[in-house]
Design a binder for this molecule. Structure first.
Ligand code: ACO
Length: 276
């Protein structure tokens, strides 16, 4: 297997051990999402999903900003009157920002600094975790230029914000800071900008140390039960548990039980069992 990292026109890949940074890379345009960026992100996430070394993905933006939303010039104006192009880039835009990220088989963290506007909300919400700089600036700016939070943004927002906040920020277009985002639990936490990378890496390292199968099945289970009745969830979770038991290549459950019950070298409540 080659260790060479793939390269893309509008996306950069960096690696730190088992943690892979997938970076929106149009810093001169505040990482506004061009059609090319959407196509690149689709490829980059597919690559990271299959890459054996990648255990955790951090999605962020180059040049001190997360994302200035869709590129008004290249995504909207250039596609006007061209339904084929709109369909192709619209599908790619939807695919990576929600479909691929929200179902990603490994843990994902959005690391947000600087600006995050409009369509940039979707990947933040789709990631399993989000950590922001205190002074990051979030805004559903669609209303400010006469459109609605489309492309699934309004739906994503209602998945994570309470209804009052969702309506307030969608309709006023008011900005909110990383600190405010943490207070409303739009992100897990916010920290001073100087600590953003270190804090995000701390979480990534914690996730990297866990059984990949347990992480994957757990996040899939939590995501899926949200829309289920109690009966459906009970049945589904039993099947999911059995699937993990049967398919976990590390046999984490058996190993951990032996270490706790027989060898007495590990307490599940206090930490992870040693993998490998
Ligand atoms: N689409 C296209 N180009 C953009 C976008 C965007 N969303 N955001 C920034 N740019 C471009 C600017 O046109 C400018 O290009 P230029 O250097 O060729 O003139 C360059 O990026 C830098 O932008 P500035 O405005 O000069 O940078 P500044 O730091 O002063 O402001 C800010 C940044 C606040 C992000 C501002 O550019 C802005 O308001 N952008 C639009 C944000 C937005 O509302 N996005 C759409 C959300 S709705 C949706 O996603 C569907």
């Amino acid at each position: 297997m080659s260790d060479a990292l793939p390269t893309y026109a509008n996306v950069k890949i960096e690696r730190d051990g088992g943690v892979t940074f997938v970076i929106l890379n149009r810093p001169e345009k505040r990482n506004a999402m061009s059609p090319q960026l959407h196509l690149d992100m689709c490829e980059a996430l597919d690559w990271a999903a299959d890459d054996d070394m990648t255990k955790v993905v951090i999605v962020t933006g180059a040049g001190g900003n997360f994302c200035a939303g869709q590129d008004l010039k290249l995504f909207f104006r250039a596609n006007e009157g061209n339904p084929k192009a709109m369909r192709k880039t619209g599908a790619a835009s939807q695919s990576w920002r929600w479909d691929k990220l929200s179902r990603f088989p490994k843990a994902t963290i959005a690391m947000v600094h600087g600006y995050c506007f409009g369509g940039g909300f979707t990947p933040v919400i789709a990631c399993d975790f989000a950590i922001a700089a205190d002074d990051a600036t979030f805004g559903l700016s669609e209303v400010n230029w006469g459109i609605i939070p489309g492309g699934l943004v309004a739906w994503c927002v209602t998945q994570i914000m309470n209804y009052r906040d969702a309506i307030y920020y969608s309709v006023t277009g008011d900005k909110f800071s990383g600190k405010e985002a943490a207070a409303m639990k739009f992100v897990n936490k916010s920290v001073p900008l100087a600590q953003l990378r270190e804090t995000t890496m701390e979480l990534a390292r914690k996730l990297e140390a866990k059984s990949p199968a347990a992480v994957q099945y757990t996040k899939e289970a939590v995501r899926s039960v949200r829309g289920m009745s109690q009966d459906q969830a009970l049945d589904y979770l039993e099947c999911k548990s059995n699937a993990l038991k049967a398919l976990d290549p590390e046999k984490g459950r058996e190993k951990a039980m032996k270490m706790f019950l027989d060898d007495k070298v590990f307490k599940p409540g206090l930490g992870e069992f040693k993998r490998g």
